[in-house]
Ligand binder design. Structure first.
Ligand code: APR
Length: 232
């Protein structure tokens, strides 16, 4: 597409669903199995750290058992071949974008395969459980928590995201319900700054109204089709 040079792609749990990772709000999703207040807030962690560590330990282990799907592969192909600006802003804490080969990826809600020390604020690549309270490799304190953004906490790298939205000619949202801000507001920000907007989702999201175009279907089909269009 001749007039499009800078692209921002927002991804959510729906892009990893076909890899076997539960989404949050679909039938049988994580938020039907667990109370958000208990496992995804700083207050819940203070109240029962073992419950929270067990929850993320299970997700950390699960993500290491699954593989990227054709939607991740297609975005990685776009990342390799797109000469303009591209930023894949993911709300997902799995590493499937990177394992598919994408490098222009920003994890605004953190990463499961990373541990954050509450004492020295260092981050460490982490694939093991945190339940046993292992010591921080940096400061030695037993203060490691999942490096995941909980409700009530600030998402990561918001300045970088807004800078990319300001420069974007096209904003594409894939596999997200549009239920959680600030990510759910990006489509309006992008549109107000002149970008074209496209939604690829199994069903219309809560913010579907704001998209110029909305395509429904599975990410493993819609994303490769869209990438083929972009790469001509
Ligand atoms: N292909 C495309 N879309 C899909 C697929 C699929 N195979 N399967 C599900 N979806 C869509 C659903 O229709 C839904 O709109 O993906 C969306 C998943 O929505 P959520 O479960 O709400 O996940 P997400 O939008 O990523 O959640 C946002 O909320 O709980 C917090 O921090 C967490 O990052 C997460 C944020």
């Amino acid at each position: 597409m001749e007039s499009i040079r800078n692209i921002v792609v927002l991804t959510g749990a729906g892009i990893s669903a076909e890899s076997g990772i539960d989404t949050f709000r679909d039938a049988g999703g994580l938020w039907e199995q667990h109370r958000v207040e208990d496992v995804a807030t700083p207050e819940g962690f203070a109240r029962d750290p073992q419950l929270v560590q067990r929850f993320y330990d299970a997700r950390r282990e699960a993500v290491q058992q699954v593989e990227p799907n054709p939607a991740h592969d297609a975005l990685a192909l776009l990342d390799r071949q797109w000469e303009g600006e591209l930023l894949i802003v993911t709300q997902n804490v799995d590493d499937l974008h990177e394992r598919a080969g994408a490098s222009r990826v920003l994890h605004m809600h953190g990463e499961l395969l990373s541990a954050l020390c509450s004492a020295c604020e260092a981050r460490h690549k982490w694939s093991e459980p945190l339940l046993g309270q292992p010591a921080c490799p940096g400061c030695g304190e037993q203060a490691l928590r999942p490096d995941v953004v909980w409700f009530g906490e600030m998402p990561y790298e918001m300045d970088r995201i807004y800078a990319a939205l300001r420069r974007a000619d096209l904003f594409v949202s894939i596999g997200t319900s549009g239920a959680v801000y600030p990510a759910a507001g990006f489509v309006r920000d992008a549109r107000e700054m002149g970008a074209r907007t496209l939604e690829l989702n199994l069903e219309r999201s809560e913010g579907s109204y704001w998209f110029e175009e909305s395509r429904q279907g599975r990410a493993s089909k819609l994303v490769p089709e869209w990438v083929a269009e972009m790469l001509g």
